[in-house]
Ligand binder design. Sequence first.
Ligand SMILES: [Zn+2]
Ligand SMILES: [Zn+2]
Ligand SMILES: [Zn+2]
Length: 262
Amino acid sequence: MTHRFTFMGTAAGCGVPSFFCDCPACTEARADPRLARGDCGVMVRGEQTLVIDTPPDARHQLIREGIRAVDEILFTHCHFDHIGGLGEYEYLVQLVQKRPMPVFGSAEALAGINAEFHYMDYCLDEHVLAPFETHVFDGVRYTACPVTHAPGTYGYLVETPGTRLFYASDTATLPPETAERVRGCDILAMDATFWKGNWSPNDHHSIQKCIEEGLALDAGTIYLTHMCLHYDEPITYAELTDYLRQYDGRVVAALDGMTLDI
Ligand SMILES: [Zn+2]
Ligand SMILES: [Zn+2]
Ligand SMILES: [Zn+2]
């Protein structure tokens, strides 16, 4: 069966628009809400529903996508923009599902989540994934691939019978073992936090670096995500899509709600 992969949110950190920002990118997103970006997360739906990360915007994202139940959660890492919405799931567990939510991530990520959400330990059924361990759910293989970010951060290689997709929302240049593992993937959805100057080159990519690495990995289609569009220089979505024309459709700026059949 076909699975559907949905970009639930595609922003880094403070979203687009950010409540405190009046740059051209934020102004554009205020004028056209289709261009607004919530914090980063994705969903894979087949017979069941799995999400990767629980960003602070999770509630609005789940309502937008018409989701009534989430069966499992994978975590990339425990920074606020990826876990801040976990509290929304306490109500789902208590009121609807009435069983602890299976959650997966590195030992570091789960330890961080336990510290931040100590009052939710009764709702989480935690499973540590070792580096390069594969978890199979609903006919899809999810392999935890270490990336270059906070300790214990994973990207996930998502494999269906027809598609190899690598999702790495937060990473600088991939570690060699992960790069070899994901080389030639059909779809690469990767960190493209900065436009031009990269303030944290050991933790994130710029848009240019994301494209450069994606092409070097021979990825089929490269989806830019975890974009802030106002670090280091603001760039509007209109300007960005103009810039990406040179790649003839091989590089796409993801939008919230964008869905791919995998
Ligand atoms: Zn992030
Ligand atoms: Zn802005
Ligand atoms: Zn992070």
